[in-house]
Design a protein. Structure first.
Ligand SMILES: Nc1ncnc2c1ncn2[C@@H]1O[C@H](COP(=O)(O)OP(=O)(O)O)[C@@H](O)[C@H]1O
Ligand SMILES: [Mg+2]
Length: 365
């Protein structure tokens, strides 16, 4: 497959802005420059990073780390690794993501949320091209391509002294801007086709729903604050409820309760939890990825009366993920005290946090 065909398959959209995005990826990929992808949440920044990795011909892995989803205390260990005994719970030594990305690409998502103290450590790694595990004096040489992403105005953060300017210069050698979906609604149908095809592959039991002309006009006028991710979730919800049907405005309006206000629907917000940090209220309410509010155990009878199919395994892991998030928030990110709250060892909790980060990635969330 040619590079441009590969990118068109990876990142759909024919509008001028998306053509430019693909051109920038193809231009920057072969050179060892650090790339910063900017754009609102759900607009496809991770896809830009994947495109760069693929076209860079680097033989190592693509390793993604979300600085906003991992508590500050854990992030350092996650990135740089640790030696046995470096802190309570470190029963064995472990490689960090930087080392795992050797000869490949490290994707640092939501870099704007990286704690200030850690920014200095990352800068050192970039300058020396070596990494030190926590609790170790040894410098390990690492060769990795860095792609960062942020939905915040990181230049403004730097002006306010909240983000290190010297690090910003290092990570933003080449900047690629991803437009919000609202600025490319001419691509809506094309995106829906691509997302429907993906849905067919992953959810073999449901047939993607389609929309009549009036409904399409309605969807084009919506602001899509959660961007392509919100569109994908919306399409999935429509297809679960109305498998294979062509939907009218009347059918879809109740599924978009916040159409007027432009706020993402609850379903979308719940599944966006790994992007912007979730409000603790949302986490405590236990709204699951299928939009069901599981905060009151008595609600479960409602669940079955709605005739929605239930995937028990997914449902329980949703609850586990929400409880872990809440426990970490209630413990100000301390893994040790969150583990106590959950009745787990720190080591087990670390494993679970990693597992969920991995699961979210593989689901393309
Ligand atoms: N142009 C696009 N074509 C196809 N799918 C897209 C496109 N942009 C985003 N997506 C999909 O939307 C979801 C969110 O994209 P992601 O790259 O994770 O966004 P961000 O990192 O900006 O929050 C993913 O499932 C991704 O595959
Ligand atoms: Mg993202």
């Amino acid at each position: 497959m040619t590079n441009s065909k590969f990118l068109e398959n990876l990142i759909a959209g024919s509008c001028d802005k998306m053509q430019e995005v693909r051109q920038h990826i193809a231009l920057a990929a072969p050179y060892p420059v650090n790339v910063l992808a900017i754009g609102p949440t759900g607009s496809g920044k991770e896809l830009i990073a994947k495109g760069i990795h693929k076209l860079s011909a680097r033989t190592g892995k693509f390793i993604a780390v979300n600085a906003a989803a991992i508590p500050a205390e854990l992030l350092e260990a996650e990135l740089f690794g640790y030696e046995k005994g470096a802190f309570t719970g470190a029963d064995k030594s472990r490689k960090g993501k930087v080392e795992e990305a050797a000869n490949g690409t490290l994707f640092l998502d939501e870099i704007g949320d990286m704690p200030f103290s850690l920014q200095a450590k990352l800068l050192r790694v970039l300058e020396t091209k070596t990494v030190q595990k926590i609790g170790s004096e040894k410098s390990i040489p690492v060769d990795f391509r860095l792609v960062c992403a942020t939905h915040t105005d990181i230049g403004e953060l730097a002006r306010q002294g909240k983000f290190r300017a010297d690090l910003l210069y290092r990570i933003a050698v080449y900047t690629i801007e991803n437009p919000p979906l609202a600025e490319r609604t001419e691509d809506l149908e094309e995106l829906m086709t691509v997302l429907s095809m993906r849905l067919k592959k992953t959810e073999t039991k449901i047939k993607p729903a389609t929309f009549d002309a009036e409904a399409m006009g309605f969807l084009r006028a919506y602001s899509w604050p959660g961007n392509i991710r919100e569109l994908a979730n919306f399409l999935q919800k429509c297809s679960v409820l109305f498998s294979g049907q062509t939907l009218s405005v009347e059918k879809i309006k109740p599924l978009m309760p916040n159409f007027e206000t432009g706020e993402p629907s609850e379903v979308t917000q719940a599944s966006l939890w790994d992007d912007p940090p979730v409000s603790s209220q949302a986490a405590e309410r236990l709204t699951l990825s299928n939009g069901f509010d599981a905060s009151n155990i008595n609600n479960f009878s409602d669940y079955f009366s709605s005739n929605q199919p239930l995937n028990l395994r997914q449902f329980l892991s949703d609850i586990e993920e929400k409880l872990i998030t809440s426990a970490l928030q209630q413990s100000d990110g301390s893994v040790e005290s969150a583990a106590q709250k959950l009745g787990l060892s720190s080591e087990d909790l670390l494993e679970k946090i990693k597992l969920y980060a991995v699961m979210n990635r593989s689901l393309g969330k």
